[in-house]
Design a protein around this ligand. Structure first.
Ligand code: WT7
Length: 650
């Protein structure tokens, strides 16, 4: 590769932290210096925010890279840190979870309530024969029992493996078998899009294929009829009748806390293993630092599902270890109407919101009137995670949700990193729309070229992490070699994240998406993210996905799939005019080299269930191939819509 990744998009807008927020911020600029002076001492100090049953002897053992051990010799209990210590400190009556069911039913759980339920679930699991080190699969909707199930496993030292409730029989049974799980915790179903959506039938089929499962614990949520087998136990008859007394035993800092499978588009999913002390240290610290959480006054809401790492780290472990009050919502954002999220913010007075670019762009498409109808003045910090956030989506988020004043923290991390790695600090960092800015204190991220050399400011290349961090994955479950090959072999001595990135002239970081999504057009590397951002910056565009299609003259050519905003006329002639305008707009914004060969106006984009665009399928369409595997699509009909659109000549 002769040239480095493109550096086309110019972004000059800057937003300084509000003065009052900056003055009262949990973490100030000196944290960067402190961590730079002595990284391990910095992390040891953050570990000290937790309650340890036994102090560690060594902060980091990196004698056998890439296998790290953090807080060697230390012992703690994760559930104790998330629950008991708050209750013991007199905060038992504080609300932990304001839960909102999709049909409108609600539950309020204080820290005492959550503690009692978790003790009961820990006792029930123990009675079912679960012991420390066993694996427990969790396949639940977004109900408080999901958090309780995870905490109960942590409390008894069982390793949980949460499987997203939208996944199929094969996905569930594959994950159960890979980890040899002994128990599954599930529900009859949950509510989605205004109706009950069953889970138990999927579990029944998966369990039939999974001989290691001894027991199935079933929460009753929808009340729908379910088939019942010998291994099944109702949660309300087992957990809710168990003793509320349970003493948490401390576990080694490196005790396996959970396995979470990354989806993996073609290959077998990777079971990412996280452990106890380092993971809790970094999720707890980053939640405190990046969201500036004030546990006494803030109301925090992360809209992710518990089946993703965001739900693990920033619904369960980070917020609860910090004693936060949070909102948990069961359902979809447009049930019963497109303003549901904003009604929830208004109702609970949410102050800190954490969501994903895909949702922000969907909200843009739906229109400004929905957020405008609710009182969002309580919001003081807005977070984004999961994909690069296009500058225009960032601006829309700031203006329409953050009343043009709340800082946006664009947080880069991965299932593998366990916790946020790159992000602004809301009271410190002046932000730029679309940039995740700087590595957090104690994190050494860099951008390197093909040879592994650090690129200068203004350059682009591959995102790497140079030093181990507390919440890093410890391995891929059962496959150390794959762990080494996937992350530690591309650049010796560095963790390869698989993302393209650039440093701007100030040294701030811009994430460009997966390396596989970089296009090579007439010898220039152009990132799909930058072209997408240019398209979304046009007032008629709500969402865009860009792929590189094989082209006889340019090697690859840029093909864009674009969703017009709700109010835009894009039929027939008007559509042709818009397409020409958009091609010219990209050429003007990024330069003629980035002008798409073809733009298609579509109604939807193919996304995974976690909201990531499946460019692989769009590439199939652009190159007139038959479609690859569509089983991980959120909505399998969207590909028909897209192919139909193409046939009509757009
Ligand atoms: C990949 C990791 C981290 C929790 C949810 C996703 C992309 C994530 C950002 C961001 C640009 C981002 C990267 C990364 N990504 N956050 N703020 N800016 N890209 O976890 O499913 O493991 O995906 O998501 O490509 O590698 P995941």
């Amino acid at each position: 590769m002769s040239e480095t990744l493109a550096n086309l998009l110019q972004e000059n807008r800057r937003f300084e932290p509000p003065t009052a927020l900056a003055e009262a911020a949990n973490v100030k600029a000196d944290a960067y210096d402190e961590a730079a002076d002595d990284r391990l001492a910095f992390w040891a100090k953050q570990a000290g925010r937790l309650d340890w049953a036994k102090q560690w002897d060594q902060v980091l053992d990196w004698s056998n890279p890439p296998f790290a051990k953090w807080f060697v010799g230390g012992e703690l209990n994760v559930a104790y840190n998330c629950l008991d210590r708050h209750v013991e400190a007199g905060k038992g009556d504080k609300v932990a979870i304001h839960w909102e069911g999709e049909p409108g039913d609600t539950r309020t759980l204080t820290y005492s309530d959550l503690h009692k339920l978790t003790c009961q679930a820990a006792n029930a699991l123990t009675d079912l024969g679960v012991v420390a080190g066993d694996r427990v699969a969790i396949y639940l909707p977004m109900i408080p029992e999901a958090a309780v199930a995870m905490l109960a496993c942590a409390r008894i030292g069982a390793t949980h493996s949460v499987v997203f409730g939208g996944f199929s029989v094969d996905a569930l049974s594959g994950r159960i078998q890979d980890a040899s799980a002994k128990v599954v915790i599930t529900a009859d179903g949950g509510y989605r899009r205004g109706k009950p959506s069953a889970l138990k039938p999927t579990v029944d089929e998966a369990v039939a294929k999974s001989p290691t499962i001894e027991h199935v614990l079933v929460v009753r949520r929808t009340g729908e009829e379910v088939a019942w087998g010998e291994k099944d136990h109702w949660w309300h008859e087992t957990v809710e009748t168990a003793s509320t007394e349970h003493e948490a035993q401390p576990f080694d800092a490196e005790h396996p806390l959970f396995i979470l499978y990354t989806s993996g588009t073609t290959a077998k999913p990777k079971g990412i293993l996280h452990t106890t002390g380092g993971y809790l240290t970094q999720t707890s610290y980053t939640h405190h630092a990046v969201f500036d959480l004030k546990p006494e006054t803030d109301v925090y809401w992360c809209t992710a599902d518990i089946g993703w790492v965001t739900g693990h780290s920033y619904i369960v472990y980070g917020p609860l270890s910090n004693g936060a009050t949070q909102v948990m919502y069961e359902g979809t954002p447009d049930t019963p109407h497109k303003g549901r999220f904003w009604d929830i913010v208004d109702k609970y007075g949410v102050t800190l919101l954490y969501t994903a670019p895909t949702l922000i762009r969907t909200m843009m498409k739906w229109g400004d009137e929905f957020p405008a109808a609710a009182d969002l003045s309580s919001l003081r910090v807005l977070g984004s995670v999961g994909e690069p956030i296009n500058p225009e989506a960032w601006m829309w988020y700031r203006k329409n949700i953050g009343h043009d004043g709340s800082p946006i923290v664009d947080t880069w991390w991965q299932t593998e990193t366990g916790a946020i790695m790159i992000s602004p600090l809301p009271g410190v960092t002046g932000t730029k729309p679309g940039s995740a800015m700087r590595p957090l204190p104690g994190i050494s991220a860099d951008v390197v070229d093909d040879q592994g050399q650090s690129v200068p400011n203004g350059g682009g290349g591959y995102l790497v992490l140079r030093e181990p961090w507390p919440s890093m994955l410890r391995t891929i479950w059962g496959d150390d070699q794959r762990f080494i090959d996937t992350y530690w072999s591309r650049f010796p001595g560095m963790y390869f994240a698989g993302d393209g990135a650039k440093k701007d002239d100030d040294g701030d970081l811009w994430l460009l998406g997966r390396v596989d999504d970089v296009m090579l057009v007439s010898g220039h590397n152009i990132s799909t993210t930058e072209v997408e951002s240019a398209l979304v910056s046009h007032p008629s565009v709500a969402e865009a996905a860009v792929v590189g299609a094989t082209d006889p003259t340019t090697g690859q050519a840029i093909v864009a799939f674009t969703i017009p905003r709700g109010s835009v006329d894009s039929e027939g002639e008007a559509g042709e005019v818009l397409i020409k305008e958009l091609r010219d707009h990209v050429a003007k914004t990024l330069g003629p080299i980035a002008k798409p060969r073809q733009i298609m106006l579509v109604a939807e984009l193919p996304k995974t269930r976690s909201g990531k665009i499946m460019r692989r399928l769009l590439r199939d369409v652009a190159e007139h191939r038959s479609l690859g595997d569509v089983t991980t699509l959120q909505d399998s009909t969207v590909m028909d819509l897209i192919s139909d659109g193409m046939q009509s000549g757009k």
